[in-house]
Each structure stands twice: as C-alpha cells, then as structure tokens.
Design a protein around this ligand. Structure first.
Ligand code: ADP
Ligand code: MG
Length: 923
C-alpha cells in the first residue's frame, strides 16, 4: 500500500508551525497569479535550502536522493517522478525552481525500509540524506539559516545490512571483478573475484579463467557486481554484464592495483597485506575494490569484515547458470524456492545454517577427502538419533545479524553453543568436522555471555533509541535516574488528582502529546469554568478542539522539564551501556564469528542427517576414479512431491563407469515416449552427484561417484525470449559451450537436444553431438532423445549404452512404468500420449492415418508428403466430429502393407475390411 500525504497539505516542515514560513523550504514558494517579469526573477531566485539540495543531489547523480525533512524523506525533480512511478505514490508539486514547477513526493521515515526495499529490488540506488542537527540548533544561528544535512549512506543491492531488507536464508553478496591480461593479444586473460556479505562479514577472493567466469558468478549469485568502467565497456563482456541483475561500473581509482594493498591494510588496520596470506596482486585489487566500495557506500561506518580468505580455483564443481537454472537447484524455473532442490533438502533450524547450506549446495566440493570429512559429520548424527535431536533443539537459539535484540541473540547463541559443546561430549564418535565445531563453540569468553545476561532486560525493544533494554539492578546510576523519572510521573498522577479535586471537575485529565507536551484536558463544557476566575490564574489556555479544551500550568511545565531531563539522562545512560556491551562483543567478535559458524556447521550436519534418516538416503562413496554407479537412485524433489500424494517413486539404476579396460566413462542414450520419466531420470543423477559432493547423503541405495569437476545440463528448446534469441539458437549456444568445455571429469546431461529445429537437422546435430561427446570430450553423459535413429550408434561407439524407460500398452492406452532398462524404445507412443492429454478424438484418428502412411514410406527418404491426406486435404477444421466410417476404413486399408502379409493374414485382413464396410452400411 502506498502512503501519501493528502494533496494540498504541505510536507511537515516545509511550513513549520512556529510561523517561520519559508524557513527550511528548499523550494521558493510559487506565487500563483503573478506572471510578471518581477515574478520571473523572483522565481529564479534560489533559496539557500534549495542550493543545499542541489549541491547534495549533484554529488550523487546516479542515486535517488532521500532528502530528510522532518518525518519524511522527500524526493524532488526527476527523482520524484521516478520514485512515484516505481512506488505508486502520489506525485505533487511544490513551488518553482528556475521558473518551473518542482515535482515532489515523499515517504514517511517510519516506513522507509519498505520503500527502500522496493526501489532496490527495481534496480535503483538510494542516497539517504539526513538532518545532521536539530532544527532548533539551526534556528539559533539565525532565522534564515538552514539545517545541516548530508548523505550518510548509499543503499545499493550489494551493501544492505538491515534484517528487514535481507532474506535471512541466503547470503547477500557484493562482488568485485578485476581482470589482468597476461599477453598483449588478450588471450590468457585471468580474472579475480572478491566477494563480501557485509551483513555477516564474510569476505572471500578467488581467481578464475574467462571460461569459468560466468559459472563462478552464477555460483555466488551476487546481488551487485562492481567492475571498472573499462571492463564494463569491454565488447566481449558487455552482453554478459547486461544479463546480470545489478552491475555497477566504477571509476578507475577503485580498481587501482598500485594502491590496492594500502587501501586494504588501512581498512583492516594492519601494517602490511601479508596479514592476508598469499593473495595475488589481482586478488588484492579485487579485494581492495570491495572495501573501497563498502567505505564509499557506508560513509564513515566501518562494518566488521573478516580478512579476505582465498578460495583455490577448482575446489568446487563448476556449474554454469543454465545448468543451475534447469536443475532447479536454488529455485524453480518459475523463480520459487518452493519446489527447488534446496527447499527439498533444507532441514536446518537456524538462518545461518540455512545460508551455509545454500552456499554448500551451490558449490559442491571436488576434493574427496574434504567431502569425506563432511560426510563423517553427517554420518555421526545419522548414527546417533539422541545427539541429533539434542543438537537440533539446542540450535533453535540462533545468532542474528545491531540493536538490543541482536545482543540478546548473541548471548543466546553463545550460551547455546557452550551448552551444546557440553552436551555433545557424549556423541558416540566425534569426527574432525564436529570436534572442530565443538571447539569453536567453547571459544567465546564465558564472561561476555554472563555480562550480557546481567545487563539485558527480559523484554527487549527493537531499537536502542527506545530505551528500556537495560535490566533493573545492573547499573545503580541508571536505576536512580529511572526512579526519578518514574517518580515524576507519579507526581503528575497526583497533580491530576489534586486539580480534579480543586476544580471539582472529576473528568479532568493530564495528557501528553509531542506538540504540547503535558497538558490538562477537560471537556468543552468545563473549559469555560477554567477560563474564568478563580481558575484562570492557575490554568493557562493552550488549545480549543471540537470537544475539548486544553490548558497548561506553571507547575506542570516545570515537572515536564524535570521528567524530560530524567528520561533523557536515563536513555543516555542506557545508550552508554549499550555501546559498552557492543564494544565487548566486538572485542570477542572473531570468536563469536567462529562460534556462529560452528553452530551453522553443526546445524547442517544434523539437518542433513535428519533428512537422510527421514527419507532413507545413503552415504555416497566418492573418490578420484571415473565411476558413476547409482543403485536405486531417486529424484529428491519429485520423490517428495509424489509422496505427498501417496504415489511411490520408481527407483532406477545408472552406471556411467568406464567399461572394463577403458578409461573414459559411458554415455547412456535414453529413448522412450514422452512422460515416461526420461528428464526425471537425467536430473536425478545430476542432483545425486551435487548432493554427494556437497557432503550430503543421497537418495539412492548405493552411490559410487568419481569426482565430477564440471556439471552441464541442457534442455532442448528452452525459451529465452527475454534475451531476444531464438530458442534453437539458445540450445545451440549452450550445446556449443558443453562441447568446447567438458573434460573427462565432467558430467553432461543433455535432454532432447535438437528438438528446436526440423527433424533431419535436429537428428543430424544430435548424432554429431553424441559422437563428439564420445570421441572428444570422453566424459560421462546422459542423453535423452526422441530420435530413435540414434540408438543405431551403439553399434559403432563402444562406450555408448542404450537405455529406455519401460511402458506397457493396455487396451490401446499407454501405461508408464518409469523403469529404466537396457535397450531402445520400440516406438514413441506419441499418439497414445496425445490421447491421454485429451486431444480431440478426430485428431487422434487422423494422426493414426498419417502415421500409418508415414511408416510405409522409407523414413530415411520420405517422399510424397503431399499425398498425405492431412496435408492435401483442404484445411477444413474437423472440430470434434467423430471420424467418418469411410475415414476409418481408409485408415485400416492404409495400415495394411500387403508385402508383409502371409496369404493367411491377407485373407483375414480382407474379411475384417468387409466386416467394417458392412457396419458402415448398417449404421
Ligand atoms: P519425459 O522426460 O520422459 O517426458 P518426465 O521425466 O518429464 O518424462 O516425467 C513425467 C512425469 O512422470 C513426472 O512429472 C513424474 O511425475 C513421473 N515420473 C517420472 N519418473 C518417475 C519415477 N521414477 N517414478 C515415479 N514417477 C515418475
Ligand atoms: Mg522430458
């Protein structure tokens, strides 16, 4: 819902109630009706406030400027037009600037987060400009002086910190990309990536080659990418940058490699960048670009970041964007988390655990030893149900991202971690991953949690500015000040009772609001009484409303300032306590971060164990071979979806291991009718490889996988109208990428490649693709196709294996068994499937006629397509009319191939036809 001010009402402090009209108004108020030259020069006059606005806006031309005026953030000029359209809020006009109306719109400060969220999501950047002093301060400098303002923060997609603006279940990465050319010809280009989640402090760097750049970026799914102007303008990359959600080109100095080391060292307040380990110069440059951007957007605030940690190239399975998309790893093709693999396997109980799980799923490992360590951790929780339940229940207390509630979250997290470390000493076997995590759980100083427990009240406000978060008894001075504040409040209550008694007005009330402060309120009928002697000496009239009259008294005024100052002092003291606690948390931050991360790791291990137990997953065996043996494999997402309807999932085997005495793995060519389960089978094997290598148990009875270093998955004829390429073009571009990049360790899933063009083109391309995969890429692959002709290739290619999904024909209908067996499909059952789908029966019958005719021809060289009744017949729509008996007779005749018939069969056929013709005559 859009919030707008009623039109015609001025923005709150455009015309302050104190009567200083024009003060604090950046825009010179227009004076309607005065169209003279005097007015023109008057309108051209720029007020000091306007000058301030224009100056601030000029410094942030690429941002929408949220200009704080009282309780609103106002936007002017183009910003107002853009924002009102984007947010659906009212656009108004306010005065004139250089003779023209000034468009204006605004959002209330209290709801600013919500509007910020929407603007950022739409790809805008917002500069938040605050009042840096109280308007009263400004007035002290003279009636015409304006409140000091400046931008305190740039809000961009990659630099969000607010919980309210972030999805707790996923990381929010800012990614910097830099490039070095090692030869002048431009080949041998290397890229460095540095990425930060400033809401969690995570900071990583890595190098990669051009070929894996997009897969790396796809893995990180950054919310914002920063690159130098030069790299942004690069012809080779321009289309790619445009395909990403938010790419911000920045001036050269941000990516200056000469100053990178110094900028990084300054940010982390260390003497030399050696503190960061062996980062290459390119990595240092990317990392420095990140911190410089963070400094420029956070303006003066210094978010706690971990020092940059290097990720070695090739440590994770490369999975490009198209593969992630069509395997629906993190979200479905429609963009929902529900229905994705992540959603199907996420049993974590903390947001940090859920974020880490998403990270692991997007970057399955390639080192079998590392994978085994993770699997050990899962296995130990699979084996110990009690420890698993205990861990999961203790983990419910999570560590959040600063207000008082965050301090409490840290306290609870630290305490839960310590408890957990104690409880888990009983775990039957403690693999390294778990003992390491438990050690980290014990790291934070126990005194800190004790201090936080002593300091924080049981009920906490959302913001520190609300006060009331410090526990009574924690700080004597605070308690005294609060007592004074509350005592004065009691005095007010007593005063109300006394006034009521003295005046005889029983319903006299003392109330408070922000404009008047404390005041005495009586109904209109009693108002007269207080305004007359003897009471008019005591009660000073302030306001008359429709039903009430309001007064103040000298006593009330004095009390008010006493209360206000006590309340202010109490809040001041609380804020000091808050800062002190924050400082001790920061002093412990490295340990707390380790501890929080350990909790997330324990969360994942126990959650994956929970999943494995719940859905009967098995521990995969992973090594450096080229094996790929899945026994009783299931699709993790489809299986769960089917089980909700009580339908069993048919488990299937897959073996892509090299045949005896061969090095390279097999290619399975899978044929079978539509809806048989080919695509499901293909994807389940890819998903099992991903799950295994991220360190999860897998939906199979047994799995033995030689590490997959790259995964490719393509579906024929996917639509990509958004990027303005034909579907077939997309299919071919993606297939080209696979044929050029897949190595012997790759796993390739090709689903109906060649579907997007004419039959013979498609068949030829699919044919050549299989040969190339077999002879050149030599990778393990699954290839589903509707071109039955391809099955003939098995005779020539020794590592090609034909498989088909079984179906059964029953009373003219097709029944899907979803069982993958060796062999080729006998036919495609297309017409039966079409019948299942509810095509009009006339169309089905006609299709049978056409099919019969086609099958008589030599499929390799069909001629006479024109003879076909379907093509030759005038395009008279057949609608839903049942086929005529003549048609049926013709179909039956066409289906007969006299050369194939024995004399006996020919006789039978003749009798059948006569019988059919007789029926026709009889009907
Ligand atoms: P194809 O690619 O051969 O056209 P799909 O893989 O899209 O077929 O499968 C069609 C439907 O069949 C799926 O949506 C699913 O509901 C069901 N299905 C597929 N494989 C299985 C299986 N192994 N067990 C049970 N149902 C399955
Ligand atoms: Mg399919």
């Amino acid at each position: 819902m859009a919030i707008t001010r009623p039109i015609g009402l001025p923005a709150p402090d455009l015309t302050p109630p104190n009567g200083e009209a024009g003060h604090e108004t950046p825009i010179a108020a227009g004076e309607p009706g005065r169209e003279t030259s005097v007015a023109a020069s008057e309108a051209n006059r720029v007020t000091p406030a306007m000058a301030q606005y224009v100056e601030i806006k000029a410094a942030h031309p690429d941002c929408l400027l949220f200009y704080r005026m009282g309780d609103f953030y106002e936007m002017f000029f183009d910003d107002a037009e853009v924002a009102s359209r984007a947010l659906g809020i009212m656009l108004t006009k306010r005065g004139k600037y250089l003779g023209k109306d000034v468009p204006l719109c605004g959002v209330p400060v209290v709801r600013a987060d919500e509007y910020l969220h929407r603007l950022i999501a739409l790809g805008h950047r917002v500069a938040v400009c605050e009042q840096l002093e109280d308007p009263a301060e400004a007035r002290k400098r003279g009636a015409k002086s304006i409140v000091r303002r400046d931008v305190i923060r740039l809000v961009t997609p990659g630099t969000l910190t607010e919980d309210t603006l972030l999805d707790a279940n996923r990381n929010n990465y800012l990614l910097a990309v830099t490039r070095a050319r090692l030869s002048s010809a431009g080949e041998d280009t290397r890229f460095a990536l540095a990425w930060i989640d400033i809401s969690t402090g995570e900071f990583r760097v890595a190098e990669c080659e051009r070929g894996s750049l997009s897969a790396e970026i796809a893995r990180l799914e950054p919310s914002e990418v920063i690159v130098s102007d030069a790299l942004f303008g690069e012809a080779d990359l321009a289309a790619y940058w445009r395909s990403l959600p938010a790419v911000t080109p920045l001036p050269r100095d941000v990516f200056d490699s000469a100053t990178a080391e110094r900028r990084l060292s300054t940010f982390f307040a260390v003497a030399t960048s050696e503190a960061f380990g062996a980062l290459t110069r390119l990595e240092l440059t990317a990392a420095a670009a990140c911190v410089t951007y963070v400094e420029r957007t956070q303006i003066g605030k210094h978010p706690p970041l971990s020092p940059p940690l290097r990720e070695s190239a090739g440590a994770s399975m490369a999975i490009d964007q198209a593969t992630r998309g069509n395997l629906e790893l993190m979200r479905t093709l429609a963009g929902d988390r529900r229905g994705s693999l992540l959603d199907a396997i996420d049993r974590t109980v903390t947001a940090a655990g859920s974020r880490l799980l998403a990270q692991r799923l997007s970057a399955p490992l390639t080192d079998p030893a590392h994978i085994a360590r993770r699997l050990d951790a899962v296995a130990s929780f699979v084996g110990d149900t009690a420890a698993r339940a205990e861990t999961r229940s203790r983990l419910q207390a999570a560590v959040g991202r600063g207000g008082p509630r965050d301090l409490a979250a840290i306290r609870d997290g630290v305490l839960a971690a310590a408890d957990l470390a104690r409880a888990l000493t009983s775990l039957k076997d403690t693999p390294d991953e778990i003992s390491g995590a438990l050690k980290a759980c014990r790291k934070p100083d126990g005194m800190l949690a004790a201090e936080l427990s002593a300091a924080l009240a049981a009920e906490l406000p959302a913001f520190k500015r609300d006060g009331g978060f410090a526990r009574e008894g924690y700080d004597a001075t605070l308690d005294d000040t609060r007592a004074l504040r509350d005592a004065s409040r009691r005095v007010i209550a007593a005063l109300q009772a006394r006034y009521a008694e003295d005046t005889g007005i029983r319903i006299l009330r003392i109330k408070h609001n922000n404009v008047l402060g404390y005041f005495v309120e009586v109904t209109a009928q009693h108002g007269e009484k207080l305004m007359a002697a003897p009471f008019n000496g005591l009660f000073i009239h302030r306001q008359t409303l429709a039903g009430q009259v309001r007064f103040t008294t000298t006593e009330l005024g004095e009390l008010e300032s006493k209360i206000a100052s006590a309340a202010e002092r109490a809040l001041g003291l609380e804020l000091e306590i808050f800062e002190r606690l924050v400082a001790s948390v920061i002093a412990e931050s490295a340990n707390i971060k380790d501890c929080a991360e350990a909790l997330a790791r324990l969360d994942i291990a126990s959650a994956l164990a929970h999943l494995a137990a719940e859905r009967d997953y098995a521990r995969p065996q992973i090594d450096d071979s080229h094996s790929f043996i899945i026994e009783g494999g299931r699709h993790p997402v489809v299986e769960q979806a089917l089980s909700r309807d009580g339908t069993p999932f048919v488990a299937n085997n897959c073996d892509l291991s090299p045949p005896p005495d061969m090095e390279a793995g097999r290619i399975w060519l899978i044929t079978g009718p539509n809806m048989a389960g080919k695509s499901t089978f293909l994807r389940q094997n890819a998903l099992i490889a991903i799950l295994a290598q991220m360190g999860s148990f897998v939906p199979a009875r047994r799995a033995h996988i030689g590490v997959v270093d790259r995964l490719f998955s393509r579906v024929g004829a996917a639509d990509d109208l958004a990027r303005g390429r034909s579907t077939f073009m997309v299919e071919m571009v993606e297939t080209a990428a696979i044929l050029n990049q897949a190595g012997e360790r790759a796993l390739v899933i090709l689903d109906e490649i060649g579907r997007g063009t004419a039959t013979f083109d498609g068949l030829s391309i699919a044919w050549a693709t299989v040969e190339h995969l077999h002879g050149v890429n030599k990778c393990r692959a699954l290839f589903a196709t509707h071109f039955h002709e391809l099955t003939a290739l098995a005779g020539r290619l020794d590592r090609l294996h034909n498989a088909t999904v079984r179906v059964k024909e029953w009373q003219g209908d097709v029944v899907f068994l979803h069982e993958v067996v060796a062999g080729a499909a006998d036919r495609s059952y297309g017409i039966q499937v079409a019948k299942l789908a509810g095509l009009p029966s006339s169309v089905i019958e006609r299709a049978k006629v056409v099919l019969a005719k086609l099958e008589q021809e030599d499929r390799a060289a069909p001629k006479g397509f024109e003879d076909l009744p379907l093509f030759a017949a005038p395009a008279k729509p057949m609608q839903d009319k049942p086929p005529s008996a003549a048609d049926l007779l013709a179909a039956a005749l066409a289906a007969i191939n006299p050369d194939d018939l024995s004399p006996r069969e020919a006789m039978d056929a003749l009798y059948r036809l006569k019988e059919q013709a007789a029926k026709k005559a009889g009907s």
